[in-house]
Design a protein around this ligand. Structure first.
Ligand code: GLN
Length: 486
């Protein structure tokens, strides 16, 4: 096996036994990026020199007997997470030249563990989108079919993992942006419980929904990254002071006694690709055969999820993105004479059309005359959605569903139709609205050979149950062993 193809776990064993060095591993990944990223377009910035320096430090630490499960391991970072001294663009012209003066907490944690930050990867501008086509800079192509989207908004992270251009990656998920690209690229992606991972240094899109999480080649690697990035942070008042378990220990228990709920409302065949339905149904059977019990449950407010999300997320975004005014940092339109013209010029030229659409929608929903009708109403319905999940988890431990109604679509196929794109988020949005953890694991392929993901949702802080289910399911299936050819 070539070095760039290794999983985190395998690379760690080889590093520990001193059969390979982090410098070799890092160089192999840099060579892989050089060889295939012209086709895929996952990276916005490759941190070549910085990464090599970090790998040398990792090798020193290893020879001194200082090794954690991530020491010397090359990790890619979605370009929405601040990295000190390394350009962080949010794939926006607005932040094209922004070099953060500080590291996000997750970056500090990765560095403390000795990980190598290999570069910053592409995304939909400010994480708004489901295809990475809204990037202000470049398209990212799905490694399984270069004519297709990798999903979004963490499309760069998912494509980089699938194409072996890193050993693992971090993404962010506001309404599905880790799980949906993971599903479309055939990798594992986890959105943790809201408050499990610090958001300090994550550029805000919708603060009550955003969460950072891992994208990896298998479930074990996902647990390893979670072990490192989770935990309370005094710099994020919404992070929870709760102990971080060793997530890999959860694999020891089998699935006997686990009750899985199948939400009745997700069982429509409207707009579904038949291969998605059959793959998810087969996955349910496999999980049952591993000892879990399956029941039907109801999430009665599912029909409102898309509407609620697309009021709340743009509202929070319109407020969060008010800071890009051309005055303090980021892009400024220097051609304008008055302050108001400068604001207008800066925001018109700095933001792409999807970001502008969200700001307009959000500003409208929050405006004095409409606040009660839209934002307040959406917040009330959000509470009902949360209640649905609380009731469901009284009866079951996990919920299973598709991640997306179809496999990856063709580049350009939906870009003129934002509403249809919004509707395709139907299965992922509710986990963010409720704040519960949710994971995508490969569960099949479409007739065209495109990967399909199974969504596993759990109760608050029950990442262990989710990972345990995903781990045993993965062990019982071969989907994760099949790789795209590039
Ligand atoms: N696709 C959703 C949106 O466009 C979710 C994005 C995300 O999770 N960042 O808002």
């Amino acid at each position: 096996m070539k070095l760039h193809e290794l999983t985190i776990q395998k690379a760690h064993e080889l590093l520990k036994q001193k059969e390979i060095s982090s410098q070799e591993l890092t160089q192999a990944v840099l060579n892989r990026i050089e060889a295939v990223d012209a086709k895929v377009g996952a990276y916005i910035s490759v941190a070549g020199e910085m990464a090599v320096d970090q790998s040398k430090l990792a090798d020193k630490a290893i020879s001194a007997g200082n090794i954690s499960s991530l020491t010397g391991i090359p990790i890619a970072i979605k370009d929405v997470i601040c990295t000190k001294g390394l350009r962080t663009t949010c794939a926006s012209k607005m932040l094209e030249n922004f070099i953060p003066p500080y590291d996000a907490t997750v970056i500090k944690k990765l560095q403390k563990a000795g990980a190598v930050i290999i570069g910053k990867v592409n995304m939909d501008e400010f994480a708004m989108g489901s295809s990475t086509e809204n990037s202000g800079f470049q398209l990212t192509h799905n490694p399984w079919d270069l004519d297709r989207i990798p999903g979004g908004s963490s499309g760069g992270s998912a494509a980089a993992v699938a194409a072996d251009m890193c050993l693992g990656a971090l993404g962010s998920d506001t309404g599905g942006s880790i799980r949906q690209p993971a599903s479309h690229c055939g990798v594992v992606g986890l959105k943790p419980t809201y408050g499990r991972v610090s958001r300090f240094g994550l550029v805000a899109f919708a603060s009550s929904l955003d969460q950072i999480g891992p994208l990896t080649k298998n479930v074990n690697d996902c647990a390893l990254l979670m072990n490192t990035i989770s935990g309370y942070d005094s710099k994020d008042s919404t992070s929870m002071p709760r102990e971080v378990p060793d997530y890999t220990l959860s694999f020891k228990e089998n699935l006997t006694g686990v009750t899985i709920g199948i939400p009745r409302e997700f069982n429509t065949s409207k707009g579904f690709d038949p291969s998605v339905l059959s793959s998810v149904k087969n996955a349910v059977k496999v999980i049952e055969s591993l000892g879990a019990k399956c029941i039907e449950i109801s999430l009665p407010h599912t029909q409102y999820v898309v509407a609620v999300y697309y009021v709340i997320a743009p509202s929070e975004a319109s407020s969060n993105l008010a800071r890009y005014d051309g005055v303090r940092y980021g892009f400024r339109d220097k051609t304008k004479k008055s302050l108001i013209e400068m604001y207008r010029g800066t925001r018109s030229a700095g933001f792409g059309s999807e970001v502008q659409r969200r700001i307009i929608l959000g500003t409208y929903a929050l405006s004095a005359g409409y606040y009660d009708a839209y934002y307040k109403k959406a917040s009330q319905v959000r509470t009902l959605i949360i209640e649905d999940f609380k009731k469901a988890f009284e009866k079951c431990d996990i919920l299973l569903s598709p991640v997306a109604p179809t496999p990856a679509f063709k580049i350009g196929e939906m870009s003129e139709d934002p509403l249809t794109m919004y509707l395709s988020d139907i299965f992922t949005l509710s986990a963010n609205l409720a704040g519960i953890p949710s994971l995508s694991v490969p569960c099949g392929f479409s007739a065209e050979g495109l990967p399909i993901g199974l969504q596993i949702m759990g109760n608050y802080f029950q990442e262990e149950t989710i990972l345990r289910t995903a781990y045993h399911y993965e062990n019982a299936t071969d989907f994760h062993k099949i790789k795209p050819t590039l």
